[in-house]
Ligand binder design. Structure first.
Ligand SMILES: C[S@@+](CC[C@H](N)C(=O)[O-])C[C@H]1O[C@@H](n2cnc3c(N)ncnc32)[C@H](O)[C@@H]1O
Length: 249
């Protein structure tokens, strides 16, 4: 996969692109990660990429010319499948969006700054507008890093143990079950017996029930979107009854 980021601050990506799992994925040639300064495409001698808004008001707006020119230069080498505008007004970025993007060959992320972008960039250049949440940051760099990290870790060969991504929270539609490691007892707190039993079927059942319980307790709305088995439904009915009993006590 090829990932290009258009930004005014390419130096912000040096650490993220060169470290840990992303750095190793790039080293192995699974992904090529590039941060490009779109000021280089400004086409004027001062490298000006922003201007005051028509109609007045505070803040500076990113002009369309440099961003169009930078994307068009990338399109000459390989046509990007998706051109993603980082934007608090965009669709919420989710695990299923990460999975969808991980199937593409070439992604381009455009990072805004200041007051935002000229509307013609939204209307005539990009394929997606994505947000990392209902809050406003100073720029699109951190959201781009968040999205790239969650997409790249899904690429085959990036995580040592492929199956770990399959059970991650949201991948199954549920929050993930709790994990324990050595020691079996720490300050008097013991690891659940079932995890030490070596009985794989019992461990699977325990994990499924813990994932259902955790999702029910923390994000019950996620359960509404899932097709649950009769066994899951029975377990949830027992949980609800347990909760009801506690309220009545
Ligand atoms: C200060 S913000 C502009 C906010 C804009 N005036 C608005 O109200 O929608 C500057 C840039 O940061 C990025 N940004 C800020 N918050 C974001 C979020 N939640 N998700 C994605 N990008 C965000 C975008 O690239 C945005 O253009």
């Amino acid at each position: 996969m090829k990932v290009d980021v258009l930004t005014l601050f390419p130096e912000m990506f040096t650490g993220v692109f060169g470290t840990s799992i992303l750095g190793k994925a790039a080293e192995k040639g699974i992904v090529s990660l590039q941060a490009i300064n779109f000021r280089d495409y400004a086409g004027n001698k001062h490298g000006q990429v922003d201007d005051t808004p028509y109609g007045g008001g505070g803040g500076m707006v990113l002009k369309p010319d440099a961003i169009f020119a930078a994307v068009e230069a990338l399109q000459q080498s390989s046509s990007p499948a998706r051109i993603i505008l980082l934007c608090p007004q965009g669709q919420p970025f989710t695990q299923s969006k990460a999975e969808e993007l991980s199937k593409e060959d070439h992604l381009v992320f455009i990072c805004g700054h200041y007051e935002g972008y000229d509307e013609r960039i939204r209307k005539h250049l990009v394929t997606d507008e994505l947000s990392i949440g209902d809050y406003v940051l100073t720029g699109g760099e951190l959201p781009a890093m968040v999205m790239i990290d969650s997409v790249v870790r899904l690429l085959p060969g990036v995580l040592g143990n492929e199956s770990s991504a399959i059970t991650d929270s949201f991948s199954t539609g549920l929050l993930e079950y709790p994990h324990y490691t050595r020691p079996a007892e720490f300050r008097g707190w013991k690891v659940p017996d079932v995890l030490l039993s070596g009985h794989h079927a019992h461990i699977e059942t325990w994990r499924r029930e813990q994932a259902l319980r955790r999702t029910w307790e923390r994000r019950p709305e996620l359960l509404e979107k899932l097709e649950l088995s009769p066994k899951d439904l029975k377990f949830l009915a027992a949980l609800k009854a347990e909760e009801q009993n506690q309220q009545n006590e």
